[in-house]
Design a protein around this ligand. Structure first.
Ligand SMILES: [Zn+2]
Length: 202
């Protein structure tokens, strides 16, 4: 995803006008008193929901490398809650990411891992890409012996419209290095996160 090919960002006024258009499309009147401030609220909400475009994730992990002092066991972070939006409907995707790696020589603070999940989530996403981006960034920045990422999420485009399936969770995973090649490593990770996903997933 390169920024250079994108059209210039619209003005705040243009964005608010687009919200008024959608309100009219929904069948309501944007001049109605209760809706007067809605376009500016929606545009401010978008700034929060899509704040991930302004942050370079490699900088998050790149700033602090610590030496491991010989620690070479698995580092696993469970239940990193995130809120994202699907790029097909711009509907909320609410989920949890489980992130683990086997350090080779570098480790990073867990808050930085959680922050990286948040930055990727605060963009228009598909769950498969979100999962891959988290795993690949850790792999590139820390050069560990392996990375495992499992993401579980509910997609509001599926629960509140379309086929209206509530309670359905989508699970995606990406296993790299030892997590891909060594069944014992993968099992340890899945046991850590207490997740019933099968070891065949990759
Ligand atoms: Zn969708």
């Amino acid at each position: 995803m390169t920024k250079s090919t994108k059209e210039p960002r619209p003005s705040r006024e243009e964005a608010e006008e687009a919200v008024r258009t959608l309100i009219r499309w929904a069948g309501d009147d944007p001049r109605r008193e209760g809706l007067l401030a809605t376009p500016s609220r929606v545009v401010r909400a978008y700034e929060e929901w899509f704040s991930g475009y302004d942050t370079d994730t490699s900088l998050i992990l790149g700033t602090t490398f610590d030496e491991t002092d010989g620690y070479d066991e698995m580092v696993a972070l469970r239940n990193v809650r995130f809120e994202s939006h699907c790029e097909h409907h711009m509907a909320p995707v609410i989920g949890r990411a489980h992130v683990a790696y086997l350090p080779r020589s570098r480790v990073v603070g867990i808050s930085k891992l959680a922050r990286m999940v948040e930055v990727f989530a605060k963009r228009l996403q598909i769950q498969e890409r979100l999962t891959a981006q988290i795993a690949d960034t850790i792999n590139n920045m820390l050069e560990p012996r392996g990375v495992g990422v499992v993401v579980e999420a509910t997609h509001h485009c599926m629960t509140t419209r379309g086929i209206h399936k509530t309670g359905v969770t989508m699970v995606t995973s990406r296993m790299l290095g030892d997590f891909r090649t060594k069944a014992a490593t993968r099992r340890e990770f899945l046991a850590h996160i207490g997740n019933p996903v099968t070891s065949e997933m990759s």
